[in-house]
Design a protein around this ligand. Structure first.
Ligand SMILES: [Zn+2]
Length: 162
């Protein structure tokens, strides 16, 4: 009869986790109430590279927590996250609202994929602020005061082009 000893590691390594996403302090730092729903939604958006519709957020919450969330609560949470600047709301050509984690871009210039609606910061280009400045000046001559300029390039992202 053969007998093999099982080796048991007395100090199992915890699974490697990249810098944990701290939804609680993000919410608190933005002056929002820390609720289970708000944390779940913020974490879902953080970990999805693609913007989600309200439907998709609700479905993902169900998958994450095992129970269907209150739809009105999800609407309110999304609204609050957008108001606090933690998330962006974009209306697609299909008139559907999509929500994603706010993309920090120094310039405010972004690329948006028309297939999956992913939003990426544009690479910085030293010419761009000059061009935007010129456009602002040209508009001022027409009596238009621009407060905020942001350029969005539309197209197909690398994932969708495959
Ligand atoms: Zn895409």
């Amino acid at each position: 009869m053969s007998f093999r000893m099982k080796t048991i590691n007395p100090h199992p390594k915890p699974p490697l986790v990249a810098a944990p996403f701290d939804s609680e302090s993000l919410l608190r730092g933005s002056g929002l109430r820390v609720t289970r729903a708000a944390q779940t939604v913020l974490e879902l958006l953080e970990h999805n590279s693609q913007p989600l519709t309200h439907e998709e957020v609700a479905a993902a919450c169900t998958a994450a927590t095992g129970e269907a969330p209150d739809r009105v609560t999800i609407y309110r949470v999304l609204d609050r996250l957008v108001e606090a600047g933690l998330c962006d709301r974009r209306v697609g050509p299909d008139r559907v609202n999509r929500f994603s984690r706010h993309v920090e871009t120094a310039s405010g210039n972004t690329f948006e994929c028309d297939q999956c609606h992913k939003v990426l910061a544009l690479p910085s280009d030293p010419e761009l602020p000059k061009v935007m400045g010129r456009l602002g000046k040209a508009l001022r001559k027409q009596g238009i005061d621009t407060r905020h300029t942001a350029l969005t390039l539309h197209g197909t992202c690398g994932d969708c082009a495959r």
